[in-house]
Design a protein around this ligand. Sequence first.
Ligand SMILES: [Zn+2]
Length: 138
Amino acid sequence: MNLIQFLALFGLFVAGMAIACPFARFVPLLPEALIEVTCGMAAVLFFGWAVYRRCGWMARAPRCPKCGSAERAYSVIPSGPDGIKLECQTCKQVLMLQSESAVVLGDHGEEVGHLRLRWPKILGWWKADRPFEIKATD
Ligand SMILES: [Zn+2]
C-alpha cells in the first residue's frame, strides 16, 4: 500500500465516520465514538475495493505458492493484456496476476493452480480455489 492508497482509504474511513456521526447518539448503550469508528471501518471494508478498482489499483500480490516467500519479492515479466506476470525472486515460480485472481503457471506456461482474493479484498488475502501441487523441476 502506498501513500496515495492509504490516504484514499483514510478518506473513506473519515467519510464513514462522518455519515455515522448524526445517527450515533440515537443508539442506546454504546458510546458514540465506538459507533463512528465501527462505521468508518465498515466503509473501508465494504467500499475500499470499489475505490481500488475505480483507480486501477491491484491488491497486494500473494505469497509465492511454491516457496512461501514472505517478502513477496517478485520481478515483473513483460506480458500481454491478460494480466501482470510475476516471477518469484527466490524460486522463479511464475504467477499471472489479474485483478481479483492469480494463475499459478507451471514450467511450460500451463496453469497449475488458481488463487482468488478473499473478502475484504483490499487486505490482499489469497486462497486457492482448490488444492494444487507444484512439481519440483530437476
Ligand atoms: Zn517462490
